[in-house]
Each structure stands twice: as structure tokens, then as C-alpha cells.
Design a protein around this ligand. Sequence first.
Ligand code: ZN
Length: 297
Amino acid sequence: MDSPLLPSLALSRGTIDRAGRHRADAGWLDARWKDDSSRVFVVSDGRVAVTGDPPALALLAPSDLAGIDSQQRWFLGLDADDTAVFAVPGDLPEEGTANLRQVGALLSDRDSGLMTTAVALEAWHTHHTHCPRCGAPTTISDGGMVRRCTVDDSLHHPRVDPAVIMTVVDGDDRLLLGHQARWPARRFSTLAGFVEPGESLEQAVAREVHEETSIVVTAATYIGSQPWPFPNSLMLGFHAHAATTEITVDEVEISEAAWFTRDQLAAAVASGEIRLPPRVSIARRLIERWHGTSLDR
Ligand SMILES: [Zn+2]
């Protein structure tokens, strides 16, 4: 399902049937793992093997992966032809691999979705090996979508952190962009931040914009979302209207911020004065949606 306002976001294009109905059926999962028409790919620190141009996931049969611990497999779902697709953590060759920032926008819809899910699961499994209640080790359950405590049997589900990201415009439809000190030089992008406990998405938009620039936001409209598994964010895109224009940056997260007309931004990008975030990001798509054209460079 697509967002009508931000269609075909690079990492929101997955097509696979997640087939959650099969996750708890260990016998079914075993049979599909032993079926050589099933497909699997290895994930290693956010990287996968890719092949071809444009790139595609290098999918293998499970039996091609000698030495892999099949208990570490994650069931990602069923392809249109009922092929079961799995991912496993493991080692990759030195050559022919890529991370999601590099190929997320280039892969097919199906492969982009598979890789996004597998990269997110890898990060979660890697960092949630023990029970947050009692500290005992946890083991994989439900095809990799759950971890279960070996002592108290509690169930733990993959964590997704919501973050808001927003175009903010003033009364003249100028766009507010900021630069973070930790970003590459000349990178300007939309403001963004994590949603805090007890806060609505709209409140998070207003708080983040005010904290980082002192701009007061009066209205925010949701326009689309994209998973951002670095390691476990879900970016929720908004378009917001500002009631004030005087900028005071916080100097902590944002070191510089400014209002841009469409012509000013196009000229600054063309001259190299400003660099926009990469095409795989929702930030880039939000900026181009406001501008009305793709800002190539
Ligand atoms: Zn426990």
C-alpha cells in the first residue's frame, strides 16, 4: 500500500506477503527451509550480496548455505509464486555486497522490501540477545519475529522507533531547512526527531521544530512514512505551517538553518552551495515534493 502524497518511497515498496499466519508453525517453516525452491540471502552488518545492473538481491537455495545455523533464520514471507523467502545472519564475500543506503533506491520493489526488513531484523536480533526483564538469554521464535526468554518465557517483539520528519513552510511558502554539525559539509535537510513517550505525532513535530529552530508550528499534516532501519526507525513524514519566521538554532543538534524559496534552493543545489540528502531518504522526497521537481545533483 502506497502513500498518495509520497508514492514509491525507496524503502516503502515491499511487495512480499509477510504470511504471519505461518510464523508460529515450526513444522511448516522447517519444510519450507528444506524445500530447495525456497530462497534465502545472508545479511552481515547491514550488507547483502547483490548481482547485476540494476542490482538485485543474490538469492540462494537454503541448501547452498552449508554451515549456516538454520535456527537463526528469519522467515520474511511468500513471494507472488508462493516461494518462501528467508534471511540469515552470516558472513559475506569481500566483493559484490552493498548496504541499504547504496542500493535501497535501485532494487526492485520486492527486493527493496526484503532487504529493508532483513536489515531491520538483523539489527534487532544483534542487540536484543537477552531478556530485558531478567537478563537471561533469549532464543528466536516465530520465524524470527519474536525472541523468547529461556527462563521466564516472556516474549519480545522487534522494536520500531517512530520519528517525525517534516517540511515546514512559512506564509510565503518558503521551506525551512537545517544543517546538523555532525552531517557532511553543506548538507541541508528537513528537521526531524524521535517521538517521546506520551506525545502525539503532531506534538512531536511542533516540539522538534521549536527546539531546534525556535520556529512555532501551527498545523501539521501527515503525508507518508518510510522504514529507516539504521537501526530501527520509522520515519513519519509531515507537512507543517509556521506561524513565525525568526530562526534561533539550538546549536546542539542544528548548527545552521534558513528559509529557502524554490528558486533559491534550486540555485544553491545547482551551484553546489548546498547538498541535499540522498534519494533513498524520505527527507529528499519531502523536499522535492515541496519544490515540485526533482532536484538532481
Ligand atoms: Zn527473562
